[in-house]
Design a protein around this ligand. Sequence first.
Ligand code: AMP
Ligand code: MG
Length: 400
Amino acid sequence: MPAPLITIAEARQRVLSAAAPLGTEQVAIDDARDRVLAADLTAAGDVPPFPCSAMDGYAILPGDAERTLTVVGESRAGTPSSLVLGEGSAIRISTGGAIPDGATAVIPQEDVETRDGTIITRAVVNAGDHIRGAGEDMRSGETVLRVGAKLGAAELGAAVAAGVAELTVYRRPRVQVLCTGDELRAPGEPLGPGEIHNSNAPMLDALAEAEGAIAGTARRLRDDPAATEAGLAAALDSADVVIVTGGVSVGPHDHVKPALAALGVEEVFWRVALQPGKPTWFGRRGAVLVFGLPGNPVSAVVTFSLFVRPALAALQGRNAEPMLETEAVLATAVRRNPDREQAVRVRLERRNGTLLATPNGPQGSHIVTSLLGADALAFVPAGEGELEAGAAVALERLPR
Ligand code: AMP
Ligand code: MG
């Protein structure tokens, strides 16, 4: 008698309890994109480092309009002027140019008239006009980024501005995908009787990489106890996360569970009240996490999304990125499953201010095309009859 099905939330909770952040490493800025910061980052100095001009114009002293000032030098971005500005003079300045000693304001060039080496000011100028103060953006020693920050464009820009060249980040999980099935053939290989192409392999490698993992090329395992055990043993020795598809049901050729048991992988759960994805298996050997995902391609992608993706994020010290929208309205009725919550692939569309979720074609777990153009998973709770059009449904990201 197998254990009762557990809920999606319970299964995810058990996965996250087993997924502690991996170690850290130092990487150069160019290798830090999309990584997760593992130590707070502080500014090495003030940013901007010196007071500078916000405009192309002239560094001057404050005063009334209609002054005639002699232009005595220039401060360009990267080439400050060494002059000290005095009464009656002006120093030409570019945006980003250092404010010369003695100057306390900038007048934009569109507010002056130039004549024979002089300028005539056509506006009143107050102290501090058009000057960016040192440290306005960051103060020396200030915390700019915190542990857990995902290093996108803004974070990398801020880190470099803060004077940093190397960042402490979490190690990327090494993922090995194993696809079980005597029927599976490589891309483009001619199919013999009863054979199909292995579509799980490229999908899961792509999804794992998109979540920040380093995916070794997926391997195929024959439906044979010894081959299954040998393939799993090698993966367990080299990866942080092993994802095996197929072979976790109760058929006579499903060898994954016994092989994992023989290799000392401890079962955390098997079978979730989820459609598609009921036979999902999860276990661990020490810090290595093992996911047994159903063989059907849609089930594999849905269960990757619900269970593997949050684990890969947690191993890198962050949360899986949520959707901007967490709820939508069903556009068409969906027949409920009496025992299992359904994760329906939907397209999302806003109409008259309402976010509508439309099932993306037939929902069979073998219909790979139901993943094409799908925007999200919408959850239909277990129950009798149908969930009617207009009902609110929770959404989750469906990674691509
Ligand atoms: P299984 O979980 O091994 O019983 O497989 C369930 C269904 O998914 C069967 O129809 C398999 O042929 C199919 N299947 C299993 N693995 C793959 C794969 N890697 N790519 C495409 N279909 C698969
Ligand atoms: Mg199989």
